[in-house]
Design a protein around this ligand. Sequence first.
Ligand SMILES: [Zn+2]
Length: 423
Amino acid sequence: MRLYNTLSRRIEELPEPPGPIRMYFCGPTVYQRAHIGNARPFALGMWLRAWLRHRGYEATLVHNITDINDKIYDAAPGASAELAERATQWYLEDTRDLGLGMPDALPKATDAVPAIVAFIEKLVDAGHAYEAGGDVYFGVATDPGYGRLSRQKVEHMEPEEASALKRAPQDFALWKATKPGEDTSWDSPWGHGRPGWHIECSVMAEEAFGPVFEIHGGGLDLVFPHHENELAQSLALGHDFARIWMHNGLLMRGGEKMSKSLGNDMTIRGVVDGWGREVALMLLLSGQWRKPLDFNEDTLVQARERVDGFRNVFHAPSEPVGEWAAFEVALDEDFNTPGALAVMHGWRDHELLRRAFALFGLESLAEVEQAPAELVELAERRRDARVAHDFGEADRLRDELAAAGWEVRDVAEEPGFRLVRRP
Ligand SMILES: [Zn+2]
């Protein structure tokens, strides 16, 4: 099994099974209903875990919840903790409804504050961090390799935020003193405050796995500064931290990155309710995980056609056409899900398809749901109306079936139509 590593810019071999393969994938900052872009790293982590386990690995996935962050304070002045709690529940509901199961652990930053404070104290003691006005900053000048992940020179880096307290503009906050309007805070050796975003993930990952683990994942927009800084913090304490860094390509809409700030967002909830979870998953599977993926009405329609194509196979008798090996080859080489889908499209063997669907949370595509008798009768009347060239009546009956949630399709075989459940 091979995977692309952002750190080395190469496709690398994983250790032999059983591993272990310990994976930490950055989760959402919880202050609103999560947008569909958040579903990509979630689904990638869950699918990869399923595939690794299938290949005999002991695979574990930890996916954190960032519930201390500036965005949360900004979104709910005076009530940030309540918003974070509510948005955490939304995220858990929405991702659960993708039907992929859940990660092995979903740690929250608010539960990790004592461990974060202890980690920062070690960085201060080691001379990598300094206190200034109740804040604590990581001094990037103490890390000669800083920029190793994003491959930037320090002098070319965009400072995250300006502060007169910093020794160098690229230094980043590990601890931030409480500011007016912030309604949550924790005690620390440097006074009341709260952790910075990057240290939260270094600590949550190491709390779960210890100082070294196999894979760290997240969206491509997290390479810098978030992951660059996580890596710097952990290396500064002599920890190896993650060996392979996986960065998924971003979801695009009309060529632009999809995000709340651009106002072109689609939520996980909206897509799952509007299109069905199978269509959402099919669209995510259809893109190579490292590449950007266009997520819009057109590509959703294409994904629905692929879903229908797979469902149709189960309306015909199973034929032993296809072999499992080609599917394994695709996924073993940098987890090429579009390649795996292409192999599956050639299959007419129900058992093979069921095995593959189970890995992707798509078992439901193999279930042929029978329409209730009264709807079958409507479809029979529609068929007879078409035979009698009464197309007005046929269309009316088709609409009546659609309103009941069923699509009628004309087929050559008896009884001349097929009823397919619409999400
Ligand atoms: Zn993170």
